[in-house]
Design a protein around this ligand. Structure first.
Ligand code: ZN
Length: 411
């Protein structure tokens, strides 16, 4: 048993942090004492002193790309690595996310069909450090001349509803829990593409039907209003970006707020604006697009938040200028741009994180019976959300009742 004492407790619900104690037994929270001076039994417990720190639930990355190569530890100039390097690097990125306080990851696509399924098995059997992982397959885009991502062309896939069904069946048979489609394109990579719809209604309907049958969740990359609506009509559970949502798309998102999750994906946008590339690498088009996207998100975010749509941090980390490990910056960007208080951003990363993982009754909050995924953070993130961005501020990281980072071992 492990007993946290003297820390302020932010329980993930959105309530103000309170003084108290938290007891962990096996892999779950056994008891929470909520009042000043309240004491839980100390017998046989390892006592962790949290003076000056906040105890909070571990965070969830809602747009994880563990196989995207770059991280805060390793700069990779492009997107492709030799197969062996790609595999090991992906496993390393899983450890890096956990090192930075992300105890759960909802995948937004991988650079191989079964990388994440294999990685999850390694993590869950206790052999490798990494977050709880909902594994995805490759990101699917329709056959075309210039694929956006190396991953999009890894698997053979044709056009039409039957090809969509076959692809989903294949992903499910491989163990993927999530299948991601690029419903519209990406202007950052191909000018104008964010407004292009890449699939027909018939294809997306077939995908929705097959996903329900195969018991996988659908995720969509959707900038264009029509792409958002197409996803919502056909049972997509997670939509990324939603940049150009029009009134009808906004109304549909609000109507489905109890089923849908949205990750605006601000990290990559900010990183594009901040990047100072070498002279031979022209990012002027990407930067112009990012500026437009950010303006749209600044208008859309508060509307969706105030209407009760669940927006989650998750920012396409893994690109050379937006490395894995920097993920907690998304929370600050919610505060800076979308009208979130630090507490609201924390709820989005914790309570909503448990919900997007499909584990809302046992993950994402500090409550008796909940899984013990906990962070002991120096300072108070409900006052200064940026403290989460330095891993040195994470005094302890616990996943499933075990310390990934033992308190007192900062380095
Ligand atoms: Zn992405």
């Amino acid at each position: 048993m492990i007993l946290f004492v003297n820390a302020r407790i932010f329980d993930g619900s959105g309530a103000a942090p309170f003084a108290g104690e938290v007891l962990v037994k096996d892999n779950r929270v056994a008891a929470v004492a909520r009042t000043e001076g309240a004491r839980l039994p100390r017998d046989n417990a390892m006592v962790v002193d949290g003076t000056g720190a906040t105890l909070m639930p571990g965070m969830t990355e809602a747009h994880a790309h563990l196989s995207w190569p770059s991280s805060v530890e390793r700069f990779v100039p492009g997107m492709s690595l030799p197969a062996e390097d790609l595999l090991l690097n992906t496993a390393r990125n899983a450890r890096i996310l956990l090192d930075h306080g992300f105890t759960s990851a909802y995948s937004a696509g991988a650079l191989g069909k079964t990388i994440e399924v294999s990685l999850k098995a390694q993590i869950d059997s206790g052999g490798m450090p990494g977050p709880r992982l909902l594994p995805s397959s490759i990101e699917r885009e329709p056959p075309n001349e210039t694929a956006y991502l190396a991953g999009g062309s890894v698997a053979e896939h044709g056009k039409g509803p039957d090809a969509m069904r076959a692809f989903i069946k294949d992903c499910a048979a491989n163990g993927a829990k999530i299948v991601k489609f690029l419903l519209s394109g990406e202007s950052a990579l191909k000018p104008g593409a964010s407004m292009q719809i890449l699939y027909t209604e018939e294809e997306v309907r077939a995908a929705g039907e097959q996903a329900r049958e195969s018991k996988v969740w659908l995720t969509g990359h959707a900038h264009a209003a029509q792409a958002i609506k197409m996803g919502l009509r056909n049972g997509f559970r997670v939509l990324y970006h939603c940049t150009y949502a029009d009134e009808e798309a906004i109304a549909m998102l609000i109507g489905r707020r109890h089923e849908i999750f949205v990750a605006p994906t601000l990290g990559i946008v900010q990183a594009t604006l901040d990047a100072t590339p070498p002279p031979q690498f022209d990012m002027s088009h990407m930067k112009a697009d990012a500026a437009i996207v950010l303006e749209c998100q600044k208008k859309l975010g508060p509307i969706l938040k105030n209407a009760g749509v669940r927006l989650l941090p998750g920012g396409d980390y893994g690109f050379p200028f937006n490395p894995n490990g920097r993920n907690a910056r998304d929370l600050e960007l919610f505060v800076r741009y979308l009208g979130y208080t630090p507490t609201e951003a924390l709820v989005a990363a914790t309570k909503f994180g448990g919900e997007i993982m499909g584990m809302e009754s046992e993950l994402g909050q500090i409550k008796p019976g909940y899984l013990a995924d906990l962070l002991l953070v120096s300072g108070d993130p409900t006052q200064n959300i940026a403290v989460l961005q330095s891993k040195e501020n994470l005094r302890a990281i616990m996943k499933d009742g075990r310390f990934h980072k033992v308190p007192g071992t900062n380095g």
